[in-house]
Design a protein around this ligand. Structure first.
Ligand SMILES: Nc1nc2c(c(=O)[nH]1)N[C@@H](CN(C=O)c1ccc(C(=O)N[C@@H](CCC(=O)O)C(=O)O)cc1)CN2
Length: 281
């Protein structure tokens, strides 16, 4: 039996139509949602993501401001720009594309963004809000994963969810969001001795490691939901996730593809957080 595909492009389209409708209401009231996107340096992938974010804003009827700086921009200059955007009433969300050049401390930059405009949900305060279940911005990738799981119609209450990966931007917030949805959560990582022992017990597996074939068919319980956050290249240079898709789709009930799964949802949830920021402003 082959798993049902969880289509991140189709779900994104549906959610983006809802976001555009919310933006139109705000614009009619003279409060068009505005997002500032800052790109430092010339990482080719970052250029593509930033372009897609700006295009997403245009399609949703947002005001967007793209600021692009050379790789040698000083940390002080970047912090100065963020301070100006914090004070700009047309801007409801500020996003600094990661990764930043090595000489810039990403923590300082994230903490410089006003909490009310932290639409990436990366700040310590946003993390605390998530931890305590308070209203706040959820990091876009795990937030998107939750929407993908929700779209299967499976109730997470009492289910065992295993997250592979413990990054601050995906693994840890993912675990907290699953916990908030009443799942029993296990977070595995590079120090977990036998990953399969955990994943074989899971009703939901979220793989967020950044390494190919971390999850293979023999490690998955029949009928599990599998969410693949990975973005890697295979030997032919083709984009692939952390999951052995061909094998796992024969065991899982639902599975996200790469590309076309989690990736598009990351930008959709950024737009969702931005319209939310404008509504709250
Ligand atoms: N400030 C941030 N920086 C970064 C984030 C983030 O959420 N905030 N996430 C990633 C990059 N990213 C968005 O910024 C992102 C990555 C991938 C995709 C996507 O749509 N991927 C496609 C495939 C694209 C391809 O062909 O290369 C897919 O999976 O279908 C969107 C956004 C790091 N930086």
């Amino acid at each position: 039996m082959s798993a049902q595909l969880i289509d991140g492009i189709a779900l994104s389209q549906k959610l983006r139509a809802e976001i555009a409708a919310r933006a139109a209401v705000l614009t009619a009231k003279g409060k068009q949602p505005g997002l500032a996107v800052i790109l430092v340096g010339d990482d080719p992938a970052s250029h593509v993501y930033v372009r897609n974010k700006v295009k997403g804003c245009e399609d949703a009827g947002f005001y967007s401001l793209k600021e692009q700086y050379p790789a040698d921009l000083s940390e002080a200059a970047l912090l100065e720009r963020i301070a100006a955007l914090n004070a700009d009433p047309k801007i409801h969300g500020i996003l600094v594309q990661m990764p930043l050049p090595k000489h810039i401390n990403p923590h300082k930059v994230i903490e410089a963004i006003s909490t009310t405009k932290d639409v990436d949900g990366y700040s310590v305060l946003s993390a605390g809000e998530l931890m305590t279940g308070l209203e706040g911005f959820r990091p876009c990738t795990p937030y998107g994963c939750m929407k993908l799981i929700e779209s299967t119609g499976v109730d997470l209450k009492g289910k065992h969810a295993v997250v592979i990966g413990r990054s601050n931007t995906v693994g840890k917030p993912m675990g907290l969001l699953l916990l908030q949805a009443n799942a029993t959560v296990t977070i595995c990582h590079s120090g977990t001795p036998d990953l399969g022992v955990f994943t074989r017990q899971a009703d939901v597996v979220v793989a967020a490691v950044g390494r190919r074939n971390v999850l293979t068919a023999d490690m998955v319980k029949p009928g599990a939901i599998v969410i693949d956050v990975g973005m890697n290249r295979n030997d032919e240079g083709k984009l692939c996730g952390d999951v052995d898709f061909a094998g796992v789709k024969e065991v899982a009930s639902h599975i996200t593809p790469v590309p076309g799964g989690v990736g598009p949802m990351t930008i959709t949830m950024l737009l969702m957080n931005t319209v939310e920021a404008a509504e709250r402003a």
